[in-house]
Design a protein around this ligand. Structure first.
Ligand code: PXG
Length: 455
């Protein structure tokens, strides 16, 4: 970007010299060099050489309203002028944090009426760990500490959030998980379902929660946490039997049900929240990403009236908070963003128009030789690239074909993420039918080229 007065080459050199990237092998990156993104509009990105990309990932599953919304720029600009920073510690507050809490609670399920703000989804999940344990200690049950999560879940990268996550590669670095986190299987029918039907498999993996509670002893279990649809794990869309069964097990043993709505929240599924889509009732909900469409970092934790009443009536001070909890500029961005989502009816439009439109075309991709399964809900979808479609057998060198396909996508002007050999999309919710047509034809072209280059 001209603002920085560097050539692409210079930027890539400086990048290699100084910038440590998230989740990156820097030795490899130094050889391949970074793609420098300089601007964006709607669903498109441009790099420093002027190449255009259709961003089918909405950044990192977050730019729900699309790029370039003036209303958010204006709101942020005005807020920086009025009050760029103040905190909510020590009996203070400010209009943007208050208005955002009202607005978020008005959009959330009716029984969730209080929200704690953080700077990210990871901080939200760290907050969840402390909050649910505090909740049970206030109820006189301090042994109820274990939070049950799922293998291959992604809940963030801070110490507690990475512990909640079920990624072995993350646990291996830095001595995680922290104590009192446990895991059950994930509802990944395509990989793990064997001969069971998806619905049978959904019940079977949900029942692992009951077995785990009995194994640990219900007196030791605080909560279950899950993403309504696992995003980073590969867009794992659970069978329809899964969430009702999880809900009934949480009810039966009276443990808290935590929905990590960081990806599914704010319209991704065509409903405001993933728990609305799957019709379950979380006691606690973590949010981030679509809350501000990623324009400015912000996350949060919503709690039910029941949880709030215990924390507030019995809790005294909760020794927890961030300098940037309820940051006024982030709050102003989030308010402008949520007003766009609501006033333009973007969530309904996904539900009634664009999701059905893309779903039909997405399903047709399963006839491609490489594609074992095409699945999609709302505007979050996946393609399983496999060696044998009839036996659901993955490639031996798992991940290689996905990486090849992702690189071909980039070369072709399409951003799709590869999670091993699962190609995923999560485009901005403002995507139009014409843009969906373009997305689908790019995907087909990239699949064809991937198949060709594998030969
Ligand atoms: N929960 C979920 C469900 C997430 O997807 C987080 C928590 C953590 O949020 P922060 O704001 O701390 O990053 C996330 C983040 C990917 C990928 O494509 C996904 C995320 C982040 C980075 C990469 O696998 N999701």
């Amino acid at each position: 970007s001209s603002m920085y007065n560097y050539t692409t080459d210079q930027l890539q050199d400086l990048d290699t010299k100084h910038y440590l990237h998230p989740f990156t092998d820097h030795k490899k990156l130094a050889e391949e060099r970074s793609r420098i993104i300089t601007r964006a509009d709607g669903i498109y990105l441009w790099d420093s050489d002027g190449n255009r990309y259709l961003d089918a990932m909405a950044g990192l599953w977050c730019v729900n309203v699309g790029y370039g919304r003036e209303e958010i720029a204006e709101a942020v600009n005005q807020q920086i002028r009025d009050l760029p920073y103040y905190n909510s510690f020590f009996k203070t507050a400010h209009p943007p944090a208050i208005e955002l809490s009202r607005l978020v609670c008005s959009l959330a399920p009716a029984h969730l009426n209080r929200v704690f703000f953080t700077g990210s989804g990871s901080e939200a999940n760290d907050t969840v760990v402390r909050m649910v344990r505090f909740y049970w200690s206030l109820k006189g049950l301090p042994d109820k500490k274990v939070i049950i999560s799922r293998h291959n879940a992604y809940h963030g990268s801070t110490v507690a959030a990475a512990s909640l996550g079920g990624m072995q590669s993350m646990h291996a670095q830095g001595g995680l998980p922290i104590p009192d986190i446990d895991y059950i299987g994930q509802p990944y029918w395509y990989q793990d379902g064997g001969d069971l039907s998806p619905d049978e498999f959904g019940e079977k993996v949900a029942d692992e929660l009951e077995q785990k509670i009995l194994e640990l002893g219900v007196d030791n279990v605080a909560a279950f946490i899950g993403e309504p649809i696992q995003g980073g794990g590969g867009v794992i869309i659970p069978p329809s039997t899964y969430w009702p069964r999880i809900q009934s097990i949480c009810d039966k043993y009276q443990i808290l049900l935590v929905a990590d709505e960081v990806i599914c929240g704010f319209g991704r599924t065509g409903k405001w929240f993933g728990s609305d889509y799957f019709e379950f009732k979380p006691d606690v909900m973590s949010i981030a990403k679509g809350l501000s469409s990623g324009y400015v970092p912000i996350g949060g934790v919503l709690v039910s009236d029941e949880v709030a009443s215990v924390l507030i009536d019995e809790g005294g001070e909760f020794h927890h908070g961030f300098t940037y909890s309820g940051h006024p500029v982030a709050a102003a961005a989030a308010i402008a963003n949520l007003n766009i989502l609501r006033d333009e009816g973007l969530v309904d439009r996904v539900d009634t128009e664009t999701a059905p439109y893309i779903a039909e075309k997405w399903q047709q991709l399963s006839s491609h030789a490489l594609v074992g399964e095409a699945r999609i809900v709302g505007l979050i979808g996946a393609l399983e690239l496999v060696k044998d479609k009839t036996t659901r057998q993955f490639f031996d060198d798992r991940g290689a074909v996905g990486t090849l396909c992702r690189d071909i996508c980039f070369e072709s002007g399409l951003v799709m993420r590869a999670i091993e050999d699962t190609m995923v999309i999560s485009p901005p919710l403002c995507i139009t039918r014409e843009e969906i047509d373009e997305l689908i034809s790019l995907v087909i072209r990239c699949l064809d080229q991937t198949a060709e280059r594998m030969r």
